[in-house]
Design a protein around this ligand. Structure first.
Ligand SMILES: Nc1nc2c(ncn2[C@@H]2O[C@H](COP(=O)(O)OP(=O)(O)OP(=O)(O)O)[C@@H](O)[C@H]2O)c(=O)[nH]1
Ligand SMILES: [Mg+2]
Ligand SMILES: [Zn+2]
Length: 307
């Protein structure tokens, strides 16, 4: 039988068939897996072949080719990696201006990684019900910046259903990874846009001693418009896996575009004469915060973090 992996809790995988039947599955012992470096060889969003061995229990015997997938390292220095999700049409980066504050470096690293993995990204600014006028202005400025680069930006409050119509529309038919720092409201948002309360925050999360719900496992939820939303645990860093040093600028769209006018084709946009990127930063055509994020990834390579 063929099924879609909708949850992965350690060695067990929840697999859903087209008939909406859910099986608890394990991987067959002799299954050869290409991606041995990963802590989870099969991820949410994967299509697998499996056989039922008893009622609602199955053995996974094969995995279908992936269109793409997103990997995260346990830490920058770690060789161990974890596949966040597979077969994505979109990643939504949920950010907040406060409670907690998401840094622009985090946003840019995340987006650059999505570019590297070839998955379209968009940004969702959540918790707009909480912001002061100044914070709203900052949120609007971020929206303008990222839209000018080519990323759709949505502003809403997961607590106010009348604010997410446009966003919900945008998701139609897609398989979507919902990511972002812990506490930005990913689970709350998914909960709010699900048809029935399939995803009660309490059920899908463990109750933290700080009084907050924290998602510990990725899980896929289906919307009535065909969208499949994958809730993931909050992330701190976002390892720039599979990126070569001379490729970094390719994943900053506006820097890449401008770099075609640099005097040297191997320009790193740090100190070279005739660098079009440096001039564009000086003239405010490229945002300083984006350029600083670019430099921060570059310096990770230079200090050997990603080697
Ligand atoms: N005021 C306000 N609070 C929100 C909003 N969205 C989420 N929250 C609150 O923020 C807290 C964290 O929300 P979660 O949905 O658990 O956050 P998460 O991103 O899933 O966090 P992790 O699972 O740890 O990654 C909860 O107390 C929510 O009620 C919002 O739009 N406005
Ligand atoms: Mg959560
Ligand atoms: Zn340059």
């Amino acid at each position: 039988m063929k099924g879609l992996v909708i949850k992965n809790t350690g060695s067990w995988y929840q697999v859903r068939t087209d008939q909406e039947e859910i099986f608890e599955c394990k991987i067959k012992g002799n299954l050869r897996l290409k991606d041995i470096k990963s802590t989870n060889p099969i991820a949410v969003g994967d299509f697998v072949e499996f056989t039922a061995i008893e009622e609602k229990v199955g053995l996974i015997s094969g995995i279908y080719d992936r269109k793409n997938y997103i990997i995260r390292r346990s830490s920058n220095l770690s060789k161990q990696s974890h596949i966040l999700a597979a077969n994505l049409d979109l990643v939504v980066l949920v950010i907040t201006i406060r409670y907690p504050e998401t840094s622009t470096i985090f946003i840019d690293r995340f987006i650059a990684s999505a570019e590297a993995y070839n998955v379209p990204a968009c940004i969702l600014i959540n918790k707009i019900d909480l912001y002061t006028e100044d914070e709203m202005q900052y949120a609007e400025a971020l929206k303008t910046l990222y839209e000018s680069i080519g990323y759709p930006v949505f502003m809403l409050s997961a607590l106010k259903p009348d604010t997410f119509d446009t966003f919900k529309q945008f998701l139609t038919g897609k398989t979507i990874l919902i990511s972002g720092n812990s506490g930005v409201g990913k689970s709350t948002l998914i909960n709010a846009i699900l048809p029935e309360s399939l995803a009660k925050t309490g059920e899908i999360s463990s109750y933290h001693n700080k009084g907050t719900h924290t998602t510990t496992f990725s899980q896929l939820y289906q919307l009535e418009n065909g969208a499949k939303l994958i809730d993931t645990p909050g992330i701190k860093g976002f390892g720039t896996v599979d990126m070569e040093i001379d490729e970094i600028s390719h994943y900053f769209k506006e820097i890449f575009k401008t770099s075609k006018k640099c005097r040297f084709t191997n320009c790193t946009h740090v100190h070279e004469p005739g660098c079009a990127v440096l001039s564009a930063v000086e003239n405010h055509q490229i945002s300083l915060s984006r350029y600083q994020s670019y430099l921060s990834i570059l310096s990770d390579f230079e200090t050997g973090k990603y080697r």
